[in-house]
Design a protein around this ligand. Structure first.
Ligand SMILES: Cc1cc2nc3c(=O)[nH]c(=O)nc-3n(C[C@H](O)[C@H](O)[C@H](O)COP(=O)(O)OP(=O)(O)OC[C@H]3O[C@@H](n4cnc5c(N)ncnc54)[C@H](O)[C@@H]3O)c2cc1C
Length: 389
């Protein structure tokens, strides 16, 4: 089988499917190749949060704010129930030191345009029942939300297909066809596909795909282990993180130096409750290659940590555990843009713990850049060539 397209998208997670949808909307003939099934990577083994508060002030937060706007009409636009809600979110603060760090974080986020406040323990307890006595306060933003990430990927793919995109499942990309410094397509387990533009949206696997094109990408898989409870009546009212989650997210190198196993495992609290009532409890941040297994040590540490913040969680049963691979980059920002010196090769990977939240805006930016050569935000900070590839 030989096929041709205007653009080949590699990867059927939330990022690849969002890109396929936006390109198809702009009238491009798209073929998306996915090794396994839609959302079989990180997009199917992650939390549900569209957190704005967890983003650094500046371009990171600007992307999240733009994405949050796109989420608002997405259910109707895709014709698919993606279980999107805007419930607000909190970051729980345990110590005065954390309070000082979060005050600075919040002040900078407000300058970028986020509605976010520091609240005391009493006010936090009015918003979320069962919070531990030792907490000193929390941050709160009414703009945080959630979504079902699997339904999101399915919704993007379904809408892309309706607009003429071809979604090839169980189709592994095995090589990149390059002639005279220009991409001409990819080799796959089902035969070659030809196109003048190839988008690498393979998440944590992007560096393996990059290698096929002679690129050395700075993306590394960063495992997150999370737990899921039995469905219960409404209990977690907001999207919840802890200040220690923010520290773990942005200080990968420092975690190794700690003597505490919880810190080494990158444990930071994340809590959310799905439309069906299951509570997602997270999580870890670990560099263990492509291993998506769960470990007893991590499960115990994550649960103990969660109960320290919300003691009543100890009464609820865990029914499932998951491990997923966040695509980590050294500066916490994804690589989005054409690669200099390899004409036609586009990168859209490296969203670490933010890919669900940033998928709508990433799809839009990628389609804008490929079709129109420009987009609505200054995304020069995402240019792949900020790293030596
Ligand atoms: C525990 C955990 C919790 C998280 N919580 C959140 C959250 O609350 N909010 C948030 O915004 N983000 C969260 N994230 C991050 C989010 O899951 C990722 O950033 C996002 O899913 C990345 O999407 P992606 O499409 O880039 O990658 P993926 O979903 O990993 O998709 C990549 C796809 O590429 C395919 N692929 C790989 N190799 C090939 C090949 N050779 N040929 C064809 N296809 C190939 C894979 O099969 C896979 O389906 C979390 C992640 C984890 C692990």
């Amino acid at each position: 089988m030989t096929q041709t397209a205007d653009v080949i998208v590699i990867g059927g997670g939330v990022v690849g499917t969002s890109i396929a949808y936006q390109l198809a909307r702009k009238g491009r003939k798209v073929i998306l190749a996915e090794k396994k099934d839609l959302a079989s990577g990180a997009s199917g083994s992650c939390d549900t949060s569209i957190f704005l508060q967890s983003k650094n002030a500046g371009i990171h937060l600007k992307l999240a704010l733009a994405s949050a706007e796109l989420f608002k009409g997405l259910r109707e636009e895709l014709g698919h129930d993606i279980e999107h809600h805007v419930k607000g979110g909190m970051i729980l603060i345990e110590t005065d030191d954390e309070m000082r760090i979060m005050q600075d974080f919040v002040a900078r986020q407000r300058q970028t345009g986020l509605q976010v406040d520091i609240i005391d323990r009493k006010e936090a307890s009015r918003m979320q029942r069962g919070l531990a006595e030792h907490l000193v306060g929390a941050t709160h933003s009414p703009q945080d939300g959630d979504v079902n990430p699997i339904e999101l990927a399915l919704g993007f793919a379904k809408a892309a297909r309706r607009l003429g995109a071809e979604i090839l499942l169980e189709t592994e990309v095995t090589g990149c066809i390059v002639k005279a410094g220009r991409v001409e397509g990819v080799g796959t387990s089902r035969g070659p596909i030809h196109a003048p533009v190839v988008v690498n949206a393979a998440g944590a696997w992007a560096p393996l795909l990059g290698k096929m094109a002679g690129l050395d990408l700075p993306i590394k898989p960063r495992r997150g282990q999370i737990m899921i409870t039995e469905p219960v009546a409404p209990y977690i009212a907001k999207q919840i993180l802890s200040a220690s989650y923010i520290v773990a997210k942005y200080n990968a190198e420092k975690l190794k130096e700690s003597k505490s196993r919880a810190v080494q495992l990158g444990v930071g609290l994340s809590l959310s409750q799905t439309q069906k009532g299951n509570i997602f409890i997270g999580g870890t941040r670990e560099f263990v290659g492509y291993d998506v297994g769960n470990t007893h040590e991590a499960i115990g540490t994550v649960l103990k940590n969660a109960i320290r913040f919300v003691p009543g969680l100890g009464e609820i049963h865990i029914i499932r555990t998951m491990g997923g691979l966040r695509p980590y980059t050294p500066d916490g920002l994804p690589l989005v843009g054409f690669v200099n010196g390899l004409e036609g090769y586009f990168l859209a990977a490296g969203h670490e713990g933010d890919g669900i939240a940033l998928s709508p805006v990433t799809g839009k930016i990628v389609a804008d850049l490929i079709v129109d050569g420009k987009t609505f935000l200054d995304v020069s900070a995402l240019a792949p060539d900020r790293f030596s590839l």
